[in-house]
Design a binder for this molecule. Structure first.
Ligand SMILES: Nc1nc2c(ncn2[C@@H]2O[C@H](COP(=O)(O)OP(=O)(O)OP(=O)(O)O)[C@@H](O)[C@H]2O)c(=O)[nH]1
Ligand SMILES: [Mg+2]
Length: 356
């Protein structure tokens, strides 16, 4: 091949099909300059400008592609066309060289070999339909996400991150904290309910889960082990741990369970400090964020007790009231409302910014 490099940098080619073998490959040519696109297509087909070609919008032409292959060309609009040669990787690679030699710039989010790492390689192999490595990572994250609310946000990221990386976007502290909050849509956060014995902690978990997960009975010390259930709270899937009531005990089983509960609190994303009218929540020494919840509010409908006044959420497990408000309060503490609507990129995987 003896092509001269021409200045067609105003034309770009995007391969819509994956770089693996396939029956047909589809490349999209875009240009703001319709005349430059006409000229390039004519040259690709070995025709002179003005000859019957693929230049009419909507027309499909069977053409020779620079003696490399033959296939179809569709003129989608004045400024864009699809070229569809056979999908052998060698054919596509040779057309790429031809394009490069004709000054066409390639818009290709595929990762260059030097930064191709295992995570990217695995996701690209698993999702050959992905148009770029960021989309492959997004599809892989979607398939593992615990909460469905992650899906629309993840789908928006490939374009958003590519644009941000291209404009020299720098990951700052606020992007990192937002990413940490949003990651709770992928990996369920741990929520630990604590409180005095017999306030109604297990009943509350059963009410939220909609089934009997933990034994609830009218005597202190019913829960003697940490019991967990995966629950959905305003679209956020979380692991809710019920713990034994905090009280002095001689029972070695209950004491062991309390020490497990203390460890659970340290690794928690959120602590629910459960009280009931007349039954305050013992003081918990912890750096973990917490929400004060007053249960059994059916016994204090006017919210006159100190516990009702102190709490930010009021529920009754037996009457099933306040459960939606509790779910929303937990979700908001874990992921802010603005996190869902922000246009900022979400770096949900460290390799997303691998290429700069
Ligand atoms: N009126 C009323 N009673 C409730 C409510 N929630 C729980 N109870 C009652 O409170 C008692 C204790 O409930 P549990 O859920 O076992 O309390 P707990 O905090 O898990 O108790 P321990 O495991 O012993 O720490 C039971 O008799 C429940 O029926 C409520 O919202 N209103
Ligand atoms: Mg209990």
């Amino acid at each position: 091949m003896n092509q001269q490099t021409k200045n067609n940098s105003q034309i770009e080619v995007i391969w819509e099909t994956p770089r693996s073998a396939g029956a047909v490959a589809i490349g999209r040519l875009n240009s703001l300059d319709a005349t430059a696109l006409d000229a390039l297509l004519c040259e690709l087909m070995g025709r002179t400008l003005g000859e019957k070609s693929a230049q009419r919008v909507g027309q499909i032409v069977h053409a020779n592609f620079a003696d490399i292959d033959n296939g179809l060309i569709v003129r989608l609009s004045e400024t864009s066309a699809l070229i569809m040669p056979h999908g052998g990787p060698r054919i596509v690679a040779r057309i790429d060289v031809w394009m490069r030699n004709h000054g066409v710039s390639e818009v290709n989010d595929a990762v260059p070999a030097n930064v191709l790492n295992d995570a990217i390689r695995r996701s690209q192999l698993a999702y050959p339909e992905a148009r770029c490595f960021r989309e492959a990572l997004a599809l892989s994250a979607i398939s593992n996400a615990a909460s469905a609310r992650a899906i629309p946000i993840l789908l928006a990221q490939p374009k958003r991150i590519a644009a941000a990386v291209a404009r020299g976007w720098v990951v700052d502290a606020s992007s990192i904290s937002r990413a940490q909050r949003l990651s709770r849509l992928l990996h369920p956060p741990r929520i630990v309910a604590v409180g005095a014995a017999n306030v109604g902690k297990s009943s509350l978990l059963n009410a939220v889960a909609g089934r009997t997960v933990a034994i609830a009975m009218d005597f202190a010390g019913t829960t003697r082990d940490a019991v967990a259930a995966r629950v959905e709270l305003d679209g956020l899937v979380a692991d809710w741990f019920d713990t034994p009531g905090i009280r002095m005990t001689d029972d070695p089983v209950e004491a062991a369970a309390q020490s497990i509960a203390a460890k659970l609190r340290t690794g928690a994303s959120l602590i629910l400090e459960i009280s009931a009218p007349g039954q305050p929540c013992p003081r918990i020494d912890s750096d973990v964020p917490s929400i004060k919840v007053c249960t059994r509010i059916d016994l204090d409908p006017k919210r006159e007790s100190a516990q009702a006044r102190e709490a930010s959420v009021h529920v009754s497990a037996t009457h099933r009231t306040g459960l939606v408000e509790l779910a929303c309060a937990i979700r908001r503490a874990m992921i802010f409302d603005e996190d869902f609507v922000s246009d900022e990129p979400w770096i949900f995987h460290p390799d997303l910014i691998a290429r700069t």
